[in-house]
Write a protein that binds this ligand. Sequence first.
Ligand code: NAD
Ligand code: DAU
Length: 355
Amino acid sequence: MTKFKNLLVTGGCGFIGANFVRYLFEEAGFKGRVVNVDILTYAGNPESLADIAEREGGRYVFVQADICDREKMAEVMDKYEIDAICHLAAESHVDRSIVRPDDFIRTNIFGTYNLLQLARERKDRIVRFHHVSTDEVFGSLGPTGAFTETTPYSPNSPYSASKAASDHLVRAYHETYGLPVTITNCSNNYGPYQFPEKLVPLMTLNALEGKPLPVYGDGLNVRDWLYVTDHCAAIWTVMNRGESGRVYCVGGRCEKPNIDIVNRICDDVDRLAPPLENGQPRRSLITYVKDRPGHDWRYAIDCTRIEQELGWHPAETFETGFDKTIRWYLDNREWVDRVRSGAYRQWIDQNYTRR
Ligand code: NAD
Ligand code: DAU
């Protein structure tokens, strides 16, 4: 049972945010109200929660707003008597941060600061500020070892540097002002509703459509993969039972080199979709391209703390989670076409008005 009544979720129209809101209503049995604040960048799609909006009525409220807007965010926190915050809103794509860091600095650093300051001013009501962060703040590993909660920060991209800065601000608001905070640093997520710029949906859709599959460098960079709903469960566990001021690393104990992921996607799509016109297996689409600058070589998470202290464990194996994911992208072409075409913006205009 949770003590939260009015939960503010930022970035709830993005990949993890939409899965988190869905998780709250469909799996966690949350009985309170969720207020989802999302500015709707290219990565935000309220259609991902259309069924929830219809089914949950007033228990789900969507507000299109910028987390950097002090007045608007104050209005939301007071109007809906927010008592807990799960902060996911961010610019999240490393490649974009390399090309144009501006929005990463603004949203990830200033936006987080703005929310912290507003929460501090409402400390008598706000019982938890949870910050959803990334393992990328720790930098890159060699062939052995894993990140833990005490690994020194060493971010290598503008994205990870902006997330590191936001983590430090969250920590500082706890130490200096006594704000009740928790932070999770999680590894790579995969699952439904992920914008098709990220490795798994990009490769799946390109494979389906017979387009080149651009593997960066030698394809041997390693990521630790976790099914998105398991991340949502970890966030909810930490929000409810994690100790204030404490950090929890979250991962799938599932390290894979990128090329293994891409090969697996090719084989799954060959099995589940019609063959390519030229009859070639999809692995023939793999194209090695110039490496990402500052490309972190390996991530791995040691999630002993959250496992032992809070009893969280992933429910999905890589096999079950990956199979669901590939099938979801093959079965939800309408969602894919809309997020890729930008046509969902018309849907927003028809279904939502700015509040
Ligand atoms: P995403 O890019 O899919 O979604 C981000 C959402 O934030 C979008 O809906 C976007 O519209 C919204 N947003 C952006 N700027 C905003 C602003 N100024 N005001 C209000 N809303 C704004 O990202 P995601 O993959 O769902 O990641 C969510 C969070 O989880 C991020 O903080 C990210 O750093 C963190 N994270 C992601 C992963 C992963 O594998 N995707 C892993 C660990 C941590
Ligand atoms: O580790 C957690 C992080 O995981 C999150 O904080 C980020 O928000 C999320 O985007 C993700 O970052 P990555 O950079 O690891 O994810 P991405 O899907 O962009 O890339 C995964 C790996 O695949 C990475 O080593 C780069 C490589 N890659 C990616 C793309 C898009 C390719 O080889 N080709 C590609 O086209």
